[in-house]
Design a protein. Structure first.
Length: 279
């Protein structure tokens, strides 16, 4: 069965002032994204779809796309502010993207197989890709990879995390918590979502319905966003679509703070030395 990796990359490089300014973390100039694609290919994914802004397409293809196309089939979806359902238009002054649910919806005409959603600049770990790929192949359920909170926090500041309530291996709810660190009072073995979701194309009609409801209620709020976890959580109840939680012992890495770069580099160097990556 074909499986696709949907990569949210529209904001990639924005905190560094552009894609070319992204600091490499691997010995040959690799970005986190290179390690993610390596892991996805190894797990069995056979297509990568990048969600990007049209305005960065040329630079993205040059900096990332050309290299990744040698590893896996690549396609592109464009997250544009005016890519709205019929009957809606962008309010004057709106600049902020419409949120992660809208970003995924922008790939609706391209994604035709069960797919995993990831953030382009997050490192999820090899076993996480294997877990989600194997679940997508054997099951129609939605799923997500669940990380222990303690494996996702940084020493360099506080973080926001979606804290999960899990019952009998299935997701009951996700609650967003801000300003978390290891002393926040939430157990470090509590399961959190790092936005690694397993979905199938049958979610798109429901997602569009939810996005329309969001626009009806909040289109004129300049900073409002429609989030993927909220849509998935509502679908659990409204359409009785369970979300299986695939717990992983992997450590998640990301660059929430510039100081996180050093720990990410050290981790990748360790993984390379252990033989996990042949770069």
């Amino acid at each position: 069965m074909n499986t696709e990796l949907l990569i949210m990359a529209a904001g990639m490089g924005s905190r560094f002032g552009g894609l070319k300014q992204i600091e490499p973390i691997g010995p040959n100039g690799e970005m986190i994204l290179d390690f993610s694609i390596y892991d996805a290919v190894k797990a069995g994914f056979n297509k990568a779809v990048f969600i990007i802004k049209k305005e960065i397409e040329k630079e993205f293809r040059e900096v990332c796309g050309k290299r990744i196309e040698k590893m896996i089939d690549v396609d592109y979806a464009f997250e544009e502010l005016d890519k709205l359902p019929a009957g809606y238009s962008v309010p004057e002054g709106r600049q902020k993207p419409w949120g992660t649910a809208h970003a995924v919806l922008c790939a609706r005409d391209i994604v035709k197989s069960p797919f995993a959603v990831i953030n382009a600049d997050d490192f999820y770990g090899q076993t996480s890709y294997q877990l989600i790929h194997d679940e997508l192949v054997k099951n129609e359920n939605m799923c997500m990879v669940g990380y222990k909170l303690g494996n996702t926090i940084t020493e360099n500041g506080t973080v926001s995390r979606g804290v999960c309530e899990v019952e009998n291996g299935f997701l009951k709810s996700v609650t967003e918590h801000t300003a978390l660190d290891k002393n926040s009072g939430i157990p470090l073995d509590k399961i959190v979502s790092m936005n690694m979701w397993g979905l199938s194309p049958d979610i798109f009609p429901y997602m569009e319905k939810e996005f329309r409801l969001f626009l009806d209620e909040r289109i004129n709020e300049p900073k409002s966003e429609c989030y993927l976890p909220s849509v998935v959580s509502k679908r659990i109840v409204e359409e009785n679509k369970p979300v299986k939680v695939l717990e992983t012992a992997e450590k998640w890495y990301g660059v929430t703070y510039r100081e996180d770069m050093d720990s990410v580099r050290e981790a990748m160097e360790k993984y390379i030395n252990e033989g996990l990556y042949e770069l």
